[in-house]
Design a protein around this ligand. Structure first.
Ligand code: ADP
Ligand code: MG
Length: 664
């Protein structure tokens, strides 16, 4: 008896923190969202050691006075909702009033805030008085007459920052000090040593690189979502003035180095280019629809830019990043028949609809919502994307070489920048001299597309290719390719139908496993390195997975700003395009890298490699290629199933046929 006790508030906060604060990236998300809700136009995120050491977020939003600052870190305190009616039309990113209390219960927090006054922070009389007093002290009255002089401006800043901010410090739930201090308009919150009193949770933090990848992802979501962020006081997004619909000025710094600097006046397209790459941004199709109370604007990838995971599907509802199975389904349906079933298109989708038409209070991190009319949302998105996809010329376009802009003498880098200049110049050169397509690359490479006699090379004539329907070899091994996808082979007691892609996938998979076990994969140098752009987070993934990438026989070299090039590529995968392959590999490592064991991950990588480098369905094969495939089949273990478990061949016996034709 008497065993059940009410938990103290700090324990309650720590338990709540378990739901809201999973890792440093969650802190970044919650604090950036608070800054946006505070009407900030500029937010700077500075992180040390992947956020494990410190996370500091500065905004120029509305700020808090001393009373609010102390109150903000108490549990269940919010300025964003007051009644249950407010709860049914949430227009702000936050509303649960638990983030600051949760963060402060599991880390050392220091917050400095200074509220803006009604005129936007310019308490002119007070300020002038302060400045005047100061000038008196310093005997510089005459200079004050020149109101715009830099001296006066500096003094204005000094007086502003000296008196009106407040500061509070909290160490894992216990407030250690509070009081006035200097600080600019807005709020700075610094979070140090997350989970330092909770070793069990601290242990789950990953390397600085991995944590930084998560932080960057949250930053990207907010950078894109806030692009359409609307005025939180508007009853519906439609009421927000167009002027409030622009990007915020956002900066992300890691260990003193600027990772992203996004200017407020850039277009969404420019922002996507900055956050991802120009390669990705250039292949986006734009669309817009506004029907039945749902405004949709989207930028989405051409089918040939599809990826192996859904990571590049960014869906925002009134500026909030969400994951929703109805919307994912609508996107998949829109691309039906245009991409393979297991691929995911790149999509940036911005949905705006009245706040009252959905519920955000479903998930602690608010990543899921409940639509009151999910079918309508589904059909509007599907219709909008599908219509645009079907009316767009989706043929891949040949890339025109980029015209080099001659550098003027003035902006030519000097000294240590010289090597950078040479790297840039090489990148430009190779970009211009890139092979036009894959065929040209296989011609210049030293190996043939598939190990077989010379008839299989690129010189194979159309006539030779047509010959495949002719039986080859002795009568009892008649073979033919049908629909450019299946091989029909006569065997002693009937015939088998082989799925050429599935079989080749298994052959390659077994060969890859065998070679990898012995050593690293044998690679060949590409005469023309295949270059591609990468984000900072993707470069981190490469760094983290170096040993695996090297074992695969892939050699990557930096090739200019944010650009890498594949310099050597495994011979076994020569049917795959090197840069495309590496891009998919990075996606896979990103997606599964932390959740799988090293061995499982390797298996996934090899499966993907086999799939990408295997002969495709729809590819015409000549006699020699078919023979080679069947020969390899004999020497391959588990050749009856592809690495994903699908059958590679189906057998029909003569007795089956006889039964079907009622001969027996
Ligand atoms: P919520 O965002 O759900 O209201 P939080 O715990 O995140 O809850 O924040 C509590 C309150 O502190 C907010 O409602 C807001 O009034 C205030 N606040 C938090 N961060 C800021 C900020 N950067 N600028 C101004 N006010 C802030
Ligand atoms: Mg909040």
């Amino acid at each position: 008896m008497g065993q059940i006790k009410v938990l103290d508030q700090n324990m309650i906060n720590m338990i709540a923190a378990g739901e809201v604060i999973e890792r440093p990236a969650s802190v970044v998300k919650e604090l950036m969202e608070n800054s946006i809700d505070a009407g900030a136009a500029k937010i700077t995120v500075a992180v040390e050691d992947g956020g494990r050491k410190s996370i500091s977020i500065t905004d120029d939003g509305c700020g808090m006075d001393a009373e609010d600052l102390a109150q903000a870190f108490e549990a269940h305190t919010t300025s964003k909702i007051k009644t249950s009616i407010d709860l049914s039309r949430i227009s702000t990113l936050g509303f649960r009033g638990e983030a600051l209390a949760s963060i402060a219960s599991v880390a050392q927090v220091k917050a400095v805030s200074r509220p803006r006054t009604e005129d936007g922070g310019q308490k002119t009389e007070d300020r002038d008085k302060n400045v005047s007093d100061m000038l008196k002290d310093e005997g510089r009255r005459t200079q004050y007459a020149i109101r715009n002089s830099s001296f006066a401006a500096a003094l204005l800043r000094r007086t502003d920052t000296q008196y009106e901010a407040n500061c509070i410090e909290i160490d894992c739930g216990s407030k250690s000090s509070a009081g006035p201090c200097s600080g600019d308009y807005g709020t700075t919150i610094q979070v140090r040593d997350l989970f330092y009193k909770l070793p069990a949770r601290r242990k789950f933090l990953r390397t600085a690189n991995t944590e930084m990848t998560h932080i960057t992802e949250q930053f990207i979501r907010i950078a894109l979502g806030s692009y359409f962020a609307v005025n939180p006081t508007a009853a519906s997004p439609a009421d927000a003035p167009a002027s409030s619909r622009k990007g915020l000025d956002l900066t992300l710094i890691h260990n003193g180095r600027e990772i992203h600097r996004l200017l407020a006046n850039q277009t969404l397209h420019q922002r996507i280019t900055e956050l991802f790459s120009s390669e990705l941004a250039e292949k986006l199709i734009e669309t817009e629809a506004n029907e039945r109370g749902i405004h949709i604007s989207g930028l989405f990838g051409r089918p040939d830019t599809s990826r192996t995971s859904g990571k590049f599907q960014y869906v925002f509802l009134n500026g909030r990043f969400i994951r929703d199975k109805f919307i994912s389904h609508a996107i998949k349906e829109a691309y039906r028949g245009l991409i393979e079933q297991n691929r995911f298109p790149i999509v940036f989708l911005f949905i705006e609809m009245p706040y009252k038409d959905y519920d955000v209070n479903v998930h602690p991190t608010k990543i899921e919502v409940r639509f009151y009319n999910a079918n309508l949302v589904h059909s509007q998105i599907l219709g909008c994307l599908r219509e645009k996809l079907l009316s767009t010329d989706l043929q891949p376009h040949a890339q025109l070489p980029i015209v080099a802009v001659p550098r003027t003498h003035r902006d030519r880098p000097t000294g240590t920048h010289r090597s950078q200049e040479i790297t840039d110049a090489m990148a430009e050169f190779f970009k211009k001299h890139r092979p036009a397509d894959r065929q040209e690359l296989s011609q210049v490479s030293t190996i043939k597309p598939y190990k077989a006699p010379s008839v299989m090379s690129a010189q194979t004539t159309a006539q030779q290719r047509r010959d495949t329907t002719v039986a080859i070899g002795p009568v009892e091994t008649k073979i033919m390719q049908i629909h450019d996808s299946y091989i029909v082979q006569q065997i002693q007691d009937g015939f088998i139908i082989i799925d050429q892609h599935a079989l080749h996938e298994r052959i390659l998979y077994e060969a890859l496993c065998r070679r990898m076990k012995q050593n690293k994969l044998e690679s060949q140098w590409l005469l023309i390195p295949d270059s591609f752009e990468l984000t900072e987070a993707q470069q981190n993934i490469i760094d983290t997975n170096r040993p695996l990438i090297e074992k695969l026989g892939i050699e990557l070299v930096p090739f200019g700003p944010k650009t890498y090039a594949v310099q050597a590529f495994p011979i076994l995968l020569s049917r795959a395009t090197p840069a495309d392959f590496v891009r998919d590999l990075i996606d896979l490592l990103d997606d599964k890298g932390t959740e799988l064991s090293a061995e499982e991950l390797l298996e996934e990588v090899l499966k993907m490699a086999a799939c990408k480098a295997a002969i495709k369905a729809g590819q015409k094969l000549n006699n020699a290629e078919i023979e080679q495939l069947l020969e390899d089949k004999k020497h391959t273990e588990r050749s009856s199933q592809c690495p994903h478990g699908r059958p590679t061949a189906i057998k029909f016996t003569l007795s089956d046929l006889e039964k079907q034709f009622k001969r027996t």
